[in-house]
Design a protein around this ligand. Structure first.
Ligand SMILES: Cc1cc2nc3c(=O)[nH]c(=O)nc-3n(C[C@H](O)[C@H](O)[C@H](O)COP(=O)(O)OP(=O)(O)OC[C@H]3O[C@@H](n4cnc5c(N)ncnc54)[C@H](O)[C@@H]3O)c2cc1C
Length: 409
């Protein structure tokens, strides 16, 4: 016998699960809905370990879900922050080319920004770079004045309050171990008893593939965890960075490269790099989980990825251990920075979907199996896009599950 019964259960109280729950309840207020998370607090994984950048939508392939949902999600996020008194700042960002070889890629990103309708993007030269970031060197850059910063953990807390105000429950400390289906109902076996639900929306981040498999959905794409470490700029050196300074990213990878990020609390973070984590929630270099690692390295997709990019992978690992190499990457943009200015900082683990052919899945991926919807790939900029993603999930759930809407009077 289940301990609790719901119409719809969302698995994962990260920013995507909470946004989805909130949007579902807005449309279907009578629904008995619960959000389950294995941790005792919400937003303990990607949502609480990121750069805190409100992306403007420059980078993404025109027409992709990332492009559409980032541009619209950013507007919705800003409105939400205004309505809920959540501090944010549109401090602007520059994407800086330091060599001639990077110029065609910079141009390509600029054109994507225009095609995606990102407001105010401009190509600028060295003088303007210096006006915006006096300590930054570069031969050309993209200026994105509407990129901003926010504390996504705080945003997630506000979403959680909204979910509860709309009658939803948030059950923390409920790890989902297994899911069985019986008579059209899912029985979720959790660390605190069985939870029954007619419908599931899974937003499980680093465990998206495992939860999907529990409901009978295909096991691919698999999630591969990529850890990113940050250094923090010594407080006396914060004047070296005014806003956000980013490199020109390598188009073969979905990661944006080691950057300089001003935070809402005034800190400046340097990073993150991107190395394979030896555990899905492995925030330290020494964290290791045999199942996670074995699953990653025996996955055909991972073998193909490693074969293709072994040199780059080794370089990233070297930089992970060598502060000198990390510093060299930063000095390309801000030459005044010194090793003693870099203090050890936090880290985050990205849930990155990897296809069996070895390609890193670039776009957001949502799919359905039976009465379950799955968010299978929601890497950056999913925090920025969370409200737009929530709307897509809510609309898809309404249709797929034929959810009751309130009768208009
Ligand atoms: C280093 C880093 C930097 C980033 N920078 C940015 C940025 O600047 N801007 C931006 O927009 N995005 C950024 N991102 C991406 C962004 O953080 C994520 O896209 C977003 O947080 C994803 O949210 P989520 O809810 O899908 O996942 P998560 O926040 O990881 O939430 C998933 C939840 O599912 C729960 N869960 C998992 N398995 C189970 C289970 N079996 N039972 C119950 N609960 C379970 C977990 O405990 C977790 O709370 C960054 C990410 C990282 C890692």
């Amino acid at each position: 016998m289940p301990d609790r019964k719901y119409d719809l259960v969302v698995i994962g109280a990260g920013i995507v699960g909470l946004a989805s729950a909130m949007e579902i309840l807005k449309r279907h207020p009578a629904l008995r809905l619960a959000v389950l998370d294995k941790e005792e607090q919400i937003a303990q994984h990607q949502t609480g370990h990121n750069s805190g950048v409100i992306h403007s939508g420059i980078y993404y392939a025109p027409g992709s879900l990332k492009a559409k949902l980032c541009v619209s999600g950013k507007q919705k996020l800003i409105q939400f922050c205004q309505e809920h008194d959540i501090p944010y700042e549109l401090c602007g960002k520059i994407i800086v080319a330091t060599t001639e070889e990077e110029l065609p890629r910079l141009q390509n990103i600029y054109e994507r920004g225009l095609a995606n309708g990102v407001p105010g993007v401009e190509l600028i030269g060295p003088e303007r770079i210096r006006e915006i970031e006096p300590e930054c060197e570069g031969i050309r850059a993209i200026w994105s004045p509407t990129t901003g910063i926010v504390d996504f953990g705080r945003v997630a807390l506000a979403y959680a309050d909204e979910v509860q105000a709309r009658g939803g429950e948030i059950l923390t400390g409920h790890e989902v171990f297994d899911i069985k289906q019986q008579d059209g109902v899912y029985n979720l076996e959790t660390s605190r008893g069985v939870v029954a639900s007619k419908y599931i929306v899974s937003c499980a981040g680093l465990y998206a593939d495992r939860i999907a498999e529990m409901t009978g959905a295909p096991k691919y794409p698999k999630i591969v965890p990529f850890r990113g470490d940050y250094y923090v700029l010594r407080p006396e050196k914060r004047h070296l960075v005014r806003g956000l300074i980013y490199p020109v990213p390598d188009p073969r990878f979905p990661f944006l490269g080691v950057h300089f990020t001003r935070r809402m609390d005034g800190e400046v973070w340097l990073g993150p790099n991107a190395v394979l984590a030896f555990a899905r929630e492995g925030y330290r270099r020494t964290d290791f989980n045999a199942r996670d690692l074995l699953e990653a390295v025996t996955y055909r997709g991972f073998g193909l990825l490693a074969w293709r990019y072994w040199r780059m992978g080794l370089e990233e690992m070297y930089r992970d251990f060598s502060k000198v190499a990390f510093l060299a990457a930063l000095k390309r943009y801000v030459p005044a920075i010194r090793a003693e200015d870099m203090l050890p900082g936090p880290s985050g683990v990205r849930a990155q979907a990897l296809a069996p052919d070895g390609s890193l899945v670039d776009d957001f991926v949502f799919n359905r199996s039976g009465n379950a919807l799955h968010v299978r790939n929601a890497p950056s900029p999913a925090a920025t896009s969370s409200l737009a993603i929530g709307e897509v999930i809510a609309a898809t759930a309404a249709k797929a599950f034929d959810l009751p809407t309130p009768v208009a009077h």
